[in-house]
Ligand binder design. Structure first.
Ligand code: HDE
Length: 750
């Protein structure tokens, strides 16, 4: 019997089990081969190597650190095993006492599989739960040694690997990407002197001035506690109740109600360190510094109606955009700029640089470019990398230090603390994505999930039994900036913190007309969702101190009387140095990448002018645009002449909101078919209302009219209706598409 069992490990009727063996084998040619690897073992767009992987851990280096290659698991050609490495013979059936019998407790294969599955989830981040990450590198332009001894800024051309995570703040892990919200912009630099995390946002200011208020802010903006609504939205009572009682939030509200809260792409938004930090040079001299990331593609945003529709059409809109751009080799890039200024300069400013609700206008302290960051590799595994990455505002390296910003102080505590719950213990720094490249040696020991196997007898310092190692590094190590302090312990704020409106006015007054219109519309929308009239009134009364024009417009939009202005905390308002800053408008940075990675739809239907389709497609692709052929259905479309066209998207699965521009080629039959299709009409209507670039053949006139585009509208910027194609028409389309949007043609009510 024993022999038979060995020769026939499954039940004797195995082959007959409902034909499962056949059903599980895909017919020849229908199975997907694993992507072939290049010489580096890469499966994804990884041609550009970083130091973070591919190298074995050096002797004495944290065993988990140094190399992601070491921990990569590729199943190609491998049999299925248990977690103990035992090969699994049958992954379809649990072990039973007879084919129709009870499942057996001794089935360790089933139990291990289910047990592991039961524990697959970890708590999501309490804020910034939804995010998307990518690997890349930072390259230093010139030595910055006069300002900082940080090693990543030490030499021209020096490369430091990075991992970046972009996020929304309020929504849960599975929420939509296009919520009106701040975006997190967190960068982990794996420098050769340890990890530096610049955990910033896409807006340079914050809602509150003191860490003491952070839990209140987050409780107010998150879904309301009794019914857990609304998801990923600030348009509700508790949020506006809180901020209307916190006038210090006025400036941030301007940013949050602006188009910056609905970025077109993570690749097209700025990043900011928000707080004032310190650079410290080798002589121990300190300079205040603000960090800015400026995207090469320029700063571009969605409009609200579009964002709302995208959240249905593609809730992963920003995540997909980042992933696809990197996969296609269109690597996103940012320039890191600093504003460096002395404490004496800061003393003289009309605002306090320790107040995170204030910017330092570029007109006051210009930006100095110091390097660039390129993101060139998608993560292998979302959970292992993007979910388990732990950023921490306290992770600084020699040459970078904190200031006394009271908001920053709370962050220095919070980030490590929160990981202990989220990542299940104090050893999360050993997770491969978190481990520094720099060697880790200390006497911290044990704890849940310890990876490193520490050798030797001593885990204390000083010691003589371990040769005194690891020994403290003295001036070679991180030395906190010795800021002199003469003060009483108090709970309170400096006087300049009490001025809340100058910079809110600065922001609003620096926007273009279209941007101002969008800000008013955003306040109107959000407050129209507030059910308590007193809260709406309080917000408008606050706005009066920033802009009478804005307050009046919002009040009108809400059908309410203009309330009294909110009393100011300061009897005398300090005069601001700068009253208009063009740099604060999204239009200030258009980028220099033309139409690269822009999404263009070419609408196709039976009878379309095939030559026009391909001419436009090839010409746009040559300039780096992403072209989709969008038909009434996916699959074959029969053109007027020439071979069938394979539509790779449909009007149903790719509505107009997912594209930056649209082309409707000629072919009277195709035009007629599209004009009769409500989805094609809606496609064009949205393209038009969202101020996007449209190029249509004269054949499509009926479709245009159905979409609400009149003969007069054809004269507006960004709309081209031509009898024929040709290179001139194409050129016009390309240059208009490069402008992103044509808000000149926006109807004020939009
Ligand atoms: Fe955060 N923040 N924060 N924050 N924050 C977190 O840390 C916190 C603040 C920011 O992609 C948490 O790992 C406090 C400002 C980003 O993983 C938590 C205060 C700025 C991310 C936390 C602030 C940020 C976080 C939640 C006020 C812009 C996502 C999970 C005192 C400069 C990082 C986690 C990622 C995440 C605390 C304010 C940016 C709870 C206490 C200001 C980009 O530790």
């Amino acid at each position: 019997v024993g022999k038979m069992a060995a020769a026939m490990p499954h039940n004797p009727n195995k082959q007959a089990e409902h034909g499962r063996d056949k059903a599980l084998t895909p017919p020849e040619g229908a199975s997907v081969q694993p992507p072939s690897r290049d010489a580096t073992g890469s499966t994804l767009a990884e041609k550009n190597h970083t130091e973070k992987y591919g190298k074995p851990a050096a002797p004495g280096v944290n065993a988990a650190g140094g190399s992601l290659e070491r921990v990569r698991a590729d199943p190609e050609g491998q049999p299925l095993t248990t977690n103990q490495g035992v090969r699994v013979s049958d992954n379809q059936n649990s072990l039973k006492a007879g084919l129709r019998g009870a499942a057996l407790l001794k089935d360790f294969v089933l139990r291990e599989k289910i047990t592991h599955f039961d524990h697959e989830r970890i708590p999501e981040r309490v804020v910034h739960a939804r995010g998307s990450g990518a690997h890349g590198y930072f390259e230093c332009y010139e030595p910055l040694s006069s300002l900082t001894q940080a090693s990543l800024f030490a030499e021209a051309g020096k490369i430091t690997p990075v991992f970046v995570r972009f996020s929304t703040v309020a929504g849960e892990r599975g929420s939509k990407d296009t919520a009106r919200d701040v975006r997190g912009f967190a960068v982990k630099f794996y420098t050769d002197e340890g990890n530096w995390d610049l955990v910033g946002n896409n807006m340079p200011v914050f809602f509150i001035q003191d860490a003491m208020k952070f839990p209140d802010l987050v409780h107010a903006v998150k879904p309301e506690p009794h019914h857990a609504m609304p998801q990923a939205a600030s348009a509700h009572d508790t949020y506006w109740d809180f901020v209307s009682l916190m006038p210090e939030s006025t400036h941030m509200l301007m940013w949050q109600m602006s188009d910056r809260a609905i970025p077109r792409s993570f690749r097209m938004m700025q990043g900011f360190g928000v707080h004032t930090f310190r650079f410290v040079n080798a002589q121990g001299e300190s300079t205040f510094v603000k960090f800015h990331w400026n995207p090469k593609l320029g700063t571009h945003s969605l409009v609200w109606d579009e964002a709302v529709k995208i959240s249905g059409a593609d809730p992963d809109y920003n995540r997909r955009d980042l992933w696809e751009a990197i996969e296609s080799g269109a690597y996103p890039e940012w320039e890191l700029c600093v504003q460096a200024f002395t404490e004496e300069q800061a003393e003289a400013f009309s605002f306090d640089v320790l107040d995170a609700t204030k910017i330092v206008p570029e007109e006051l302290v210009p930006l100095q470019p110091v390097g660039r960051m390129v993101l060139n590799r998608n993560p292998d595994n979302f959970f292992a990398e993007t979910e388990q990455v732990a950023f921490c505002a306290a992770h600084v390296v020699p040459g970078i230090d904190f200031t006394n910003d009271p908001l920053l102080a709370g962050r220095i505590h919070s980030y490590v603390d929160t990981q202990i719950t989220r990542l299940g213990g104090p050893n999360f720094h050993e997770l491969p994505i978190n481990a520094p490249l720099a060697p880790v040696q200390n006497n911290q020991r044990d704890g849940m999930h310890r990876q490193a196997i520490h050798r030797g007898r001593s885990s204390y310092e000083p010691n003589s039994l371990g040769g005194g190692c690891p020994h403290q590094a003295g001036t070679q190590g991180f030395v906190s900036f010795p800021e002199p302090i003469h003060a009483d312990e108090v709970r309170g704020k400096p006087e300049k913190f009490a001025e809340h409106y100058n910079q809110a006015a600065l922001f609003y007054n620096s926007q273009t007309e279209a941007e101002q219109r969008h800000i008013a519309a955003a306040f109107r929308f959000e407050l129209s969702k507030v059910t308590v009239p007193a809260v709406r009134r309080r917000v408008v009364s606050m706005l009066r101190n920033a802009s009478e024009e804005l307050a009046a417009e919002v009040a009108q939009g809400l059908g309410m009387e203009l309330p009294e202005a909110m009393p100011r905390a300061l009897a005398k308002t300090p005069k601001p140095e700068v009253e208009v800053s063009p740099a604060l408008s999204l239009t200030a940075r258009q980028g220099d990448a033309g139409i690269q990675s822009r999404q263009v739809a070419v609408l196709v239907a039976d009878g379309v002018d095939g030559a026009a389709v391909w001419d436009a497609t090839h010409a746009l692709q040559e300039q780096g645009a992403v072209v989709r052929l969008v038909g009434p259905h996916i699959g074959a479309v029969t053109p007027r002449e020439g071979p069938a066209i394979d539509a790779d998207a449909s009007l149903e699965n790719h509505p107009g909101v997912l594209f930056d521009g649209v082309i409707v080629p000629g072919g009277p039959d195709a035009a007629k078919r599209l004009a009769a299709d409500p989805k094609a009409r809606e496609f064009l209507t949205d393209q038009f209302l969202h101020s996007k670039t449209i190029w249509a053949s004269r054949d499509a006139e009926a479709l245009l009219r159905q979409a609400g585009i009149t003969a007069q509208d054809e004269e507006l910027p960004g709309i081209f209706v031509t009898a024929k194609g040709g290179s001139k028409a194409l050129q016009n389309f390309v240059s208009a598409l490069g402008h992103h949007r044509h808000f000149e043609r926006e109807r004020p009510a939009a």
